[in-house]
Design a protein around this ligand. Sequence first.
Ligand code: PLP
Length: 397
Amino acid sequence: MSERFTGNFTQQEPIPDEAIDAAVAVMKTGRLHRYNVAPGEAGEVALLEQEFAAAMGAKYALAVASGGYALACALRAIGVKPGDKVLTNAFTLAPVPGAIASVGAVPVFVGVTEGLVIDLDDLAAKADQADVLMLSHMRGHLCDMDRLMDICNAAGIKVIEDCAHTMGARWRGRLSGTDGIIGCYSTQTYKHLNSGEGGFLICDDPQVMARAVMLSGSYMLYDRHLAAPEPEVFEAVKYDTPNISGRMDHLRAAILRVQLRDLDRQCDRWNDRYRVVEDGLRGTPGLTVIERPEAEEYVGSSIQFLLLDWSEAKIAEVLRRCLARGVELKWFGGAEPSGFTSRYDSWRYAPSEAMPQTDRVLKGIVDMRLPLTFSLDDCALLARIIRAEVGAVWQAG
Ligand SMILES: *Cc1c(COP(=O)(O)O)cnc(C)c1O
């Protein structure tokens, strides 16, 4: 009898007891709004920002309502205006072009390589089309950040990094989110910290961060922040920066503070799982494992592989057979967006030209979540099932 997997791909670990206690303590005070603090009290949100800035090695941090909010706030904070063009990845998630559209700007899509990172040759070719790049480290894959920054610095392009899948990852030892002018993170349930909804921006530029704080809905209470620029910096921006409310609250901050202390250990645990699946898949005929560059320290909270140049029917057959054995795979190549998968040409509000090389890669990307509720044995089983089913469809020719 063939093996079956019975785990749940959307089941994260429970919120730690210590975090639950911290949340209950906040609720008992009744003071949930970030600026509602007792005399002498810093508040969970300000403390979280201070701790997050320290953890990421950034001067400033701002906690906000979601990752998508962080991205839009970042665009506004660096002065992106309606009608401006913004370079971004063709392979990313809908909230990224959505953030660009939300400020009235227009995405210019840059292709994806077989390594699942932004195509730097395509970026160089399009560098004269925009002054801003919203770089999405989609599914945790980091491009050659040294070359990317060279291209962008030479062309005067400001970089905003979407680190929704790279919180804790590094390129040549530098934490993801610290190369660009702003790094954005999500603390939505499926990311590396879980507060249901939530996000962060980090930044070293005082003017930009002051604008982000004002934008997030600080009223004139910015002096209650512990990881923000000095009050003088706000004097220059406070009358000209609209309040576009998107604050974090103490309840979510309380559970994030506890989780943040454990981030490195959790990243190691994701990578243990990732490597078991990766080892189990390597060498499967017809299947391309995404080899990770030496300079990249990734966080394997999901895994991707390519069924490159397979027909749609055969890929669908693999997915169907795996699902019948309890293995939920997602396919980014489908013509119709489904679940969280969608492609650049399904965002019809944004103009796009056909990108044959990118389409070839997108058509072959298969994706699987690796929640920490899976054991290493689970991961070995997942790899055996995928290997067997890909093999069966491949051999049938
Ligand atoms: C989740 C995600 C976002 C947005 O985060 P939310 O907190 O859900 O708004 C942005 N980019 C990528 C790549 C994501 O996966």
